[in-house]
Design a binder for this molecule. Structure first.
Ligand code: FES
Ligand code: FES
Length: 156
């Protein structure tokens, strides 16, 4: 079945079964491999994208549920104000270890900052608790989110 979905501001037409997960469409059909497959069961957060700005596990999101919603992936998150601040803070704090979980981490953190420019520790824990990092980068992730939030409140 043919679907036209909007990803990072561009329309893409794909011909797949309606229950095909968005993650499969991104990676295998469209070749956008920045979004990662971890568990396939909404347990790890590696596959997180934004659907209309909301962090969403693409591994359990069927393509026929997308409709006219706008999808943003890691490939374009740096073009959003919150995403740009998060990416800069990630580099400044050298958050990444192996990197596998990090696109999902950045997508969740960017959604948090976009909706809540001054997150508390509890807000950060709440927003990031579904993103698992086997390398244990949680401390640096928290510091990077705080740095990005500070640059937001300073307008920088
Ligand atoms: S791959 Fe989607 S949450 Fe793990
Ligand atoms: S950086 Fe290796 S799993 Fe998170």
């Amino acid at each position: 079945m043919a679907f036209t979905i909007k990803i990072n501001g561009a329309a893409h037409s794909v011909d797949v079964d309606g229950d095909t997960p968005l993650l499969w469409v991104l990676r295998d059909v469209l070749g956008m491999t920045g979004t990662k497959f971890g568990c396939g069961m909404a347990l790890c957060g590696a596959c997180t994208v934004h659907v209309d700005g909301n962090p969403t596990r693409s591994c359990i999101t069927p393509i026929d549920s997308i409709g006219a919603s706008e999808i943003t992936t890691i490939e374009a998150i740096g073009t959003t104000p919150a995403g740009a601040k998060i990416q800069k803070a990630w580099l400044d704090r050298e958050v990444v270890q192996c990197g596998y979980c990090q696109s999902g981490q950045i997508m969740s953190a960017s959604a948090l900052l976009a909706s809540n420019p001054r997150p508390t520790d509890a807000d950060i824990d709440d927003a990031m608790s579904g993103n698992i990092c086997r390398c244990g980068t949680y401390g640096r992730i928290r510091e990077a989110i705080k740095q990005a939030a500070q640059s937001s409140t300073q307008g920088g």
